[in-house]
Design a protein around this ligand. Structure first.
Ligand code: HT7
Ligand code: ZN
Length: 890
């Protein structure tokens, strides 16, 4: 595999100031003409003009109107090198004219220009533009784009591209055209084009400086009643970015187009965002509360990219976290400000633990700014996105909200219109705050999750509390890869912000007098450091890493009683939740050690703690209680075992979690019943904070009630589950259906069949139907997933279907994916082999399910190795898959 290295970055030899595109869509082919205004880069290394191009059939090539001859250029599978014009040296400025044919109808990769149900759509990030036209496809080439699109008027009434519509017209009887000009220079990964038949919802937004921006959301015909929420999310995002960061929309038009075939969530193309339908369409009866929240988050994320990503972009793809980490941080802050900040933080931390911590411990481990890649699409990872956001958050925590805002202002003052590096961002933050971030910069180049060890000691005689903190970071697979490539490995301690509270026996914060919120932020910069606190009137319980102030594993041997104290009194909601998770993990891992059966390992104090959380949730914050009552995920428990050097036992983990659920259901049945009754809806559905919290807790209670003994289940719970399958909102329906999908009862079959009959024409709802079956805990799930792959509802060419069925099975059903018979691994490998030729990006994402295969027992390892080697030995192994599987096999 060819590897690309950060150290080899060189500025481009040529700059492209303008690109004028003409795209003519015909039934048999699409013709793309490009006029590139080229200029020798005075700061470049010199040499020929190298253009990227993939699957482009070259029809014509001329320079300044002179057709080039064979000896003037070379063309291979992925590059076009222009050396001369009729044998003479290239001038310093010229216009290059290219004409190519492409075949979007056979583009199953969904990168470049492709056909979907309602028309033609583009996806250019990271390197899709080279599949549309010859161009230097790298983010540090920023050009002014204009684009004329031509197509059949009846089939493709909407012709859209970035910027402003400057002219349009008809061509003969059946065709029409539209010309768009983008006033901002941009890298080609932000180019977009749509030619489709869609319905449109239109609105407007007046910016704080009084400019009117026209907003439009385009969706599949007939779905206008599902785009109101997306539009209001967009307007909320626009206001929020003005208020929080002083950032205004800079275009006259902002368009969002939803498409059902899309590899990822959405794409921030300048002024013409293209979205996966699942982050646009919502109606109470088709979308769940979490769908509504995800729409808010993703719409905001793409909108925020307009500044963090588009106005200031990345110099090269190694800097991806510059835009993604920062934009995830911004969308998290938006969610915190517009929903509950505690719930938002808890959900982010849970997600980090489920997806990013295992990645950092596995064969694909990399820093948020990697130094090499074979396929850049494999680096749109939880590390670059979510850990990247944690790194930005740590800067925010260290320098404070005001200095962070100054840092952002300075970043835009310095770099608006430029393609820059992560270093430029950190420098702006350092200069704005005056805090030396040199050591902090190590977070950008280190892989792995550090361990933070804490030890507390209270001296009652002098009323002094001493906290000793130590950090360590074990080498990961990344260091091995660096070594193999002869690259330097960085060492030395990290700069870790540790937010600390000291909770007194009466529940109050001991540090309240010195720190307004009772929390101080310690800077841990050495391997080991001692922090001393005087005037602490009684022995406190330390609340370390409040708000999860750093992405680390905390090793702090606090007693069950201390954790229970934090659960009850910590003024930081995130750490109240965290204390509950630590307690639950401790109990569950004791259960795993005991084989997961009987209940002797479940302490009475844990049942009492759950009881208190439930009470509290009924009286105060239902949403927080619902978060607190979700037991640590099987994947998180698996990582805890791996972190202790134990072999992961997916069966025992599953059993112990299930036993604990049954036990809680039996012991607290009356409480769960009371919660279910008390939280019954009293007003029409709305996805607002209060209702969302009440539904979450009520459905959680119902889930526990469904773990009751058979008689109670049949007599009291089943009728409710069946009735709830006909609720007026999808949140309640899917909660009931998901619960039924786990039960070996006749009603399961009826409910699933009825659901499919009702929703078979609503693609996103069918995805939910596939997903609840893929994540079922019933025996035989792997076999049923395989059978569903043959069902008319499944389509391997549609990423949403693959994610709903196959990825859900591989990533969210660890017990069955890692089934001892190896059937889960075989299923994944079959899909990867079939998919890699059609859509290597999605195939590689599925292949990531094998990341942790070496942490399992020898029998499972042998099954996994067989499948990995089978994939690696396949003919036409896709580069995307080869990198993932190659790293997995080591
Ligand atoms: N910046 C966007 C990334 C993206 C993407 C990357 C590779 C292949 C397909 C893709 N679709 C979108 C999305 C974002 O982070 O906002
Ligand atoms: Zn993004």
């Amino acid at each position: 595999l060819d590897t690309i290295y950060l150290k080899d970055y060189a500025p481009p030899a040529w700059l492209i100031d303008k690109l004028d595109l003409h795209v003519a869509i015909h039934e048999e082919y699409t013709e793309v003409r490009g006029m590139l205004a080229c200029r020798r880069n005075p700061a470049g290394p010199g040499g020929e003009l190298v253009l990227d191009g993939e699957e482009l059939a070259l029809q014509e090539l001329s320079l300044g109107g002179t057709a080039l001859v064979d000896s003037d250029y070379t063309l291979d599978d992925d590059t076009l090198c222009i050396r001369a014009v009729r044998g003479a040296a290239l001038p310093d400025h010229f216009t290059l004219e290219t004409r190519v044919r492409i075949d979007p109808d056979s583009n199953t990769q969904l990168s470049g220009l492709y056909r979907s149900r309602d028309g033609y759509f583009s996806q250019c990030e990271a390197q899709g533009f080279r599949r549309i036209s010859f161009f230097p496809d790298r983010p540090d080439i920023m050009a002014r784009f204009s684009c004329t699109i031509e197509a059949e008027r009846q089939d493709f009434p909407q012709l859209l591209s970035n910027g402003n519509l400057v002219a349009s017209g008809t061509l003969g009887n059946t065709r029409h055209w539209a010309r768009w000009e983008d006033p901002y220079a941009k890298p080609c990964y932000l180019f977009a084009l749509v030619a489709a038949k869609l319905d449109m919802l239109e609105d407007s937004f007046v910016t704080r400086s009084g400019r009117v921006v026209r907003l439009a959301v385009y969706v599949e015909p007939g779905k206008l009643d599902q785009c109101g929420h997306a539009m209001s999310a967009l307007k909320k995002s626009m206001s929020w970015d003005e208020q929080r960061f002083g950032l205004e929309m800079d275009l006259d038009h902002y368009m969002i187009v939803a498409v059902g075939d899309f590899n990822m969530g959405a794409m921030e193309n300048k002024g013409l965002n293209i979205f996966n339908t699942k982050y646009v369409l919502a109606r109470p009866d088709t979308a769940t509360d979490s769908d509504y929240q995800n729409i808010d988050r993703v719409i905001a994320h793409e909108y925020f990219h307009n500044w963090t990503g588009n106005r200031v972009t990345c110099r090269d793809w190694f800097q991806l976290s510059l835009k993604e980490g920062l934009t995830v941080f911004r969308d998290q802050e938006f969610s915190a400000d517009t929903h509950s900040s505690a719930v938002t933080r808890i959900q982010s931390v849970r997600q980090l633990r489920i997806a990013q911590f295992p990645e950092d411990a596995g064969p694909m481990a990399h820093p948020i700014r990697p130094v090499s890649y074979a396929e850049i699409n494999n680096f749109y990872t939880a590390t670059v996105y979510e850990k990247g956001a944690e790194v930005v958050r740590m800067i925010h925590t260290l320098i404070g909200r005001d200095a962070f805002r100054h840092g952002m202002d300075l970043y835009f003052q310095r770099h608006d219109g430029q393609a820059v590096t992560c270093e430029d961002f950190v420098a702006a933050m350092q200069d704005a705050s005056g805090l030396d971030l040199s050591q902090f910069r190590r977070w950008y180049s280190r892989a792995g999750t550090p361990h933070l060890k804490a030890e507390g000691c209270y001296d009652a005689a002098v009323q002094r509390y001493t906290l000793t903190l130590s950090q360590s970071l074990a080498p990961t697979a990344y260091e091995q890869r660096l070594q193999d490539a002869g690259l330097a490995i960085e060492e030395g301690p990290l700069h870790i912000p540790v937010a600390l509270g000291l909770v007194l026996p009466d529940g109050s914060d001991a540090l309240e007098r010195e720190y307004p919120a009772g929390t101080c932020v310690l800077s841990l910069t050495e391997s080991t450091q001692r922090f001393v606190f005087d005037h602490i009137p009684a022995e406190p319980v330390a609340s370390v890493l409040r708000g999860f102030s750093a992405p680390v594993h905390l090793d702090f041997p606090q007693s069950d009683a201390e954790l229970a104290h934090l659960m009850a009194y910590d003024s930081d909601a995130c750490n109240r939740w965290e204390a509950g998770q630590r307690l639950a993990s401790r109990v569950l891992l004791a259960g795993v050690a005991a084989g997961g059966q009987d209940t002797a390992w479940i302490p009475e104090s844990f049942v009492a703690a759950v009881d208190r959380v439930l009470d509290d949730g009924m009286r105060h914050d239902a949403a927080l209680a619902a978060e607190a009552l979700i037991l640590p995920a099987e994947q998180v428990l698996a990582e805890e075992m791996a972190g202790r050097g134990q072999i992961i036992d997916p069966e025992a983990i599953h059993r112990s979690r299930l036993t604990l659920r049954h036990h809680l259901a039996a012991r607290l049945r009356d409480k769960f019943e009371a919660a279910w009754q008390a939280l019954a809806p009293s007003s029409p559905y709305a996805p607002d904070g209060l209702q969302v919290g009440r539904r979450a807790l009520r459905n959680l209670a119902l889930g526990y009630l469904a773990e009751s003994d058979e008689a109670y289940l049949k007599g009291h719970v089943m009728p409710r589950l069946m009735a709830q399958c006909n609720a007026d909102n999808m949140t309640d329906v899917i909660a009931a259906l998901g619960t039924l999908a786990n039960l070996d009862v006749a009603e399961r079959t009826t409910a699933l069949a009825d659901f499919y009959t009702r929703w078979q024409d609503e693609a996103l709802v069918v995805d939910k139907w596939l997903q609840v079956q893929a994540t079922s805990r019933l025996p035989g799930t792997a076999m049923r997933v395989r059978a569903l792959m043959g069902h008319g509802a499944f389509d391997i060419k549609n990423p949403n279907k693959v994610y709903a069925l196959v990825r859900a099975f591989c990533a969210a059903n660890p017990r069955h994916f890692h089934g001892a018979d190896g059937e889960g691994y075989r299923l994944a490998a079959d899909v990867i082999l079939q998919l890699q030729a059609m859509n290597p990006q999605v195939a590689a994402r599925i292949a990531r399910a094998f990341d942790r295969w070496r942490q399992f027992d020898s029998e499972r390892q042998s099954h996994a190795r067989t499948q990995l080697e089978r994939i690696q030995g396949s003919t036409n192994l896709a580069r995307d898959v080869a990198e993932v599987v190659g790293n997995a096999l080591g």
